[in-house]
Design a protein around this ligand. Structure first.
Ligand SMILES: [Zn+2]
Length: 213
């Protein structure tokens, strides 16, 4: 469905790491303790819209240490992001926060930024939601260089007017984002299961992942 991430990225095992106390110290320590080969971090408060300035020295320290230890990093953007929102302020904040998270990912040397695929909230807003995602995100994506982080779409649990209820719906997201080469997928196994993909049964995970091929 999307261009596969490079094989060097794909099979790594890791965890979401805490950042309080500084990424270079706390996240790296956590990665070492858990023997994580890949980590996910929040680059700002995940429950707010604040976009704090980068600390160049701290970013460099983290990037260097992660590179030295061969740890691959991903940024999880704030949970509030909903590019499909019918509320103008939420939509605008979502665009700004997504662009900011991509910038932070680049600054700390992360390979991608994860955003939730969001919801149209109101069934009547669904067609407009897809339109506004395209209009708002294409300039952001077209600004990315080849070496920049991926934008990774994480399907939610499929409740309400979720734009991606089942993995097949990712097709619509990729369509809206014009199959941009910097767009990929992040699967939260809990969300996927809650959305009705039975990854617990024998062969269920393979069956589910095959939907993305
Ligand atoms: Zn998530």
């Amino acid at each position: 469905m999307s261009p596969a991430p490079s094989p060097a990225v794909w099979p790594r095992i890791g965890a979401h790491t805490p950042t309080s106390g500084g990424m270079a110290k706390r996240s790296i320590e956590y990665a070492l303790t858990t023997e994580a080969e890949a980590i996910q971090v929040f680059a700002s408060n995940p429950r707010g819209w604040a976009m704090p300035d980068a600390n160049l020295a701290a970013d460099t320290a983290f990037r260097d240490r992660a590179a030295e230890l061969d740890i691959h990093t991903f940024v999880h953007a704030p949970f509030l992001i909903n590019l499909g929102s019918p509320t103008v302020a939420t939509y605008e904040n979502s665009l700004a926060s997504t662009a900011y998270s991509l910038k932070r990912a680049r600054e700390i040397g992360a390979l991608g930024t994860v955003i939730h695929t969001g919801s149209a909230v109101d069934v009547n807003h669904v067609p407009t939601a897809w339109k506004q995602i395209k209009e708002g995100m294409m300039p952001v994506l077209n600004n990315l260089k080849e070496s920049d982080p991926w934008l990774l779409l994480e399907p939610t649990a499929g409740q309400g007017q979720s734009l991606v209820k089942k993995l097949d719906d990712l097709l619509m997201y990729f369509e809206a984002l014009e199959w941009h080469p910097k767009v990929g997928v992040c699967l939260d196994t809990c969300h996927v299961f809650a959305a009705g993909h039975d990854i617990a049964k024998k062969g269920g995970m393979t069956e589910t992942l095959d939907l993305l091929v």
